[in-house]
Design a protein around this ligand. Structure first.
Ligand code: GMT
Length: 375
C-alpha cells in the first residue's frame, strides 16, 4: 500500500509511535510517506520505502497566526495526488483529523477517493480536545474519519464519554520493538552514572504538568533516604525549573541528573533498575512499555490506561495519582528484595512481549485493508 502518515515530529509518544509504525510498514514493503513540518525524531536512517514531505508554512506580516492547517491540507493534497496514496493515517486528532478531512474533500473533486484513519493518542482527547474551543471540530473530524483507533481501552472509553462519537473506535495498543529495547550489559555506562553501586531510577517524559515530574523527585527522595540511589531524568519541558528547584530544596541535586532528550533511550533503559511514571493521566505510557521490554519494572500511578499495562506485583506497582508515599514504599520494597526484583523484571519483560511490534502492525494492516474494501 501507499500510506501517508501525519504526526507531530517532536519528542512525544504519538510522534514516536507514528514514526515506528511507518518504519515497520516500510520494512514490510509498503511505501510510506511522512507529511510533517520537520523530520520526525525517530526518522533517523535512510529507508528505500520511506519518503519525507516537509510542510512549508509561508508567513506574511498580516498573519499573527500562520495558517498551518491550510498548509498541511495542501501538502496532503499534493502528496495524495502526486504519490498516488491509497490512504492517510493521521496521529493525534488536533488538527490532523480536520486537515485530513479537508484534503479528502479536495481530492474527491478530482475523482480520487482517499480514506483517512485517525489514531487518538491521549491529550488530543483528555486535555486539548475537550476544550470548548476545539470540541466541535474534533467531534466532527473524528466522526468523519473512515476508521478511528485509540491506543487503550481507557482512551476509547474516555472518547465516548467526552464526545458524541457515532462510529466504532478500535483499540490498537502501542507497541515496542523488543529487539531494540532489549537489556544489554553496559558496565562502563552504569559505572559512570552509579559509580558506587547505587540503584538507578529513571523517568522519561516531556516534563509537562500532566507527567507530575515533581512526584518523581519526591519518590526518589524517599528511595535515596533508604538506600544509595541515583535519578536519571530524560527529556525536557516546561516543568524543568520547578523540578530543579525541588531538587535543591530537598538537597538531592548531586544524585539527580538531567540528561536531556536522548536518542539512545535503549542504553539508558539498560542501566536502570526502576522506571517511574506517576502521571496525572496517561492513555497508555509508551515509555513505560519500552522500559518493561528492557527488563525495567515500572512504578506508576494508576491513571488512565496504565493499569492495562502495569500489573501490580507482576510488572511493577501502582499508586493513586499524587500518592508518592505508596509509590515510594513499593519502590523501596522492590529494590530491597533481590528475588522479588528478579521476578518482576522478568514479568515486565514478558508483558512487553504481548505488545511486540509483530503482534500490533498486522492489526493496523488489517484495518487499512478493511477501510480500502469499504470504499
Ligand atoms: O505523553 C505525552 O505527553 C505525549 C503524548 C503525545 O501525544 O505525543 O503521548 C500520548 O501518546 C502516547 C502514544 O500513544 C501514549 O503512550 C501516552 O500515554 C500519551 N500521553 C498521555 O496520554 C498524557
Amino acid at each position: 500500500m501507499r500510506i501517508g502518515i501525519v504526526c507531530y515530529p517532536t519528542y512525544g509518544g504519538s510522534g514516536v509511535l507514528a514514526t515506528e509504525l511507518g518504519k515497520a510498514l516500510a520494512d514490510k514493503g509498503h511505501m510510506v510517506h511522512f507529511i510533517t513540518y520537520q523530520q520526525p525524531v525517530r526518522l533517523n536512517a535512510f529507508h528505500a520505502n520511506i519518503y519525507y514531505h516537509e510542510v512549508q508554512v509561508p508567513t506574511y506580516p498580516l498573519f499573527d497566526f500562520p495558517p498551518y492547517e491550510s498548509a498541511l491540507s495542501s501538502t496532503m493534497v499534493d502528496v495524495i495526488l502526486n504519490q498516488k496514496l491509497d490512504l492517510l493515517h493521521v496521529h493525534y486528532a488536533i488538527p490532523h483529523a480536520s486537515t485530513a478531512y479537508m484534503a479528502k474533500q479536495i481530492v474527491a473533486k478530482q475523482g480520487r477517493v482517499v480514506p483517512f484513519i485517525t489514531t487518538l493518542h491521549g491529550t488530543d482527547i483528555t486535555l486539548v480536545g475537550k476544550d470548548k474551543t476545539y470540541a466541535p471540530v474534533v467531534t466532527f473530524s473524528i466522526n468523519e474519519s473512515d476508521a478511528i483507533t485509540a491506543v487503550s481501552e481507557n482512551l476509547r472509553d474516555e472518547t465516548y464519554k467526552s464526545f458524541q462519537i457515532e462510529k466504532e473506535i478500535s483499540v490498537i495498543y502501542n507497541f515496542v520493538d523488543t529487539q531494540r529495547f532489549s537489556r544489554r550489559n553496559l558496565p562502563h555506562f552504569r559505572q559512570a552514572i552509579a559509580p558506587n553501586g547505587e540503584k538507578v531510577l529513571l523517568h522519561v517524559s516531556n516534563f509537562r504538568k500532566v507527567k507530575r515530574v515533581p512526584d518523581v523527585v519526591k519518590i526518589f527522595k524517599q528511595v535515596r533516604d533508604a538506600m544509595p540511589a541515583k535519578l536519571l531524568l530524560v527529556g525536557d519541558g516546561p516543568d524543568r525549573p520547578t523540578i530543579e528547584c525541588l531538587c535543591r530544596e530537598l538537597g538531592i541535586c548531586e544524585d539527580v541528573r538531567f540528561v536531556g532528550k536522548q536518542e539512545q533511550l535503549e542504553d539508558v533503559m539498560s542501566i536502570s533498575d526502576l522506571f517511574i511514571l506517576p502521571s496525572e493521566y496517561e492513555s497508555f505510557g509508551l515509555a513505560a512499555l519500552e522500559a518493561m521490554a528492557s527488563q525495567v519494572p515500572v512504578i506508576s500511578s494508576n491513571a488512565g490506561g496504565l493499569p492495562e499495562i502495569n500489573i501490580p506485583g507482576v510488572t511493577g506497582y501502582m499508586g493513586d495519582v499524587g500518592d508518592t508515599d505508596t509509590m515510594a514504599k513499593h519502590a523501596i520494597h522492590l529494590l530491597q528484595d533481590e528475588a522479588l526484583l528478579a521476578r518482576v523484571r522478568h514479568g515486565a519483560w514478558e508483558q512487553a512481549q504481548r505488545f511486540h511490534i509483530d503482534n500490533i502492525i498486522p492489526q493496523y494492516e488489517a484495518l487499512y485493508e478493511q477501510v480500502l474494501q469499504n470504499q
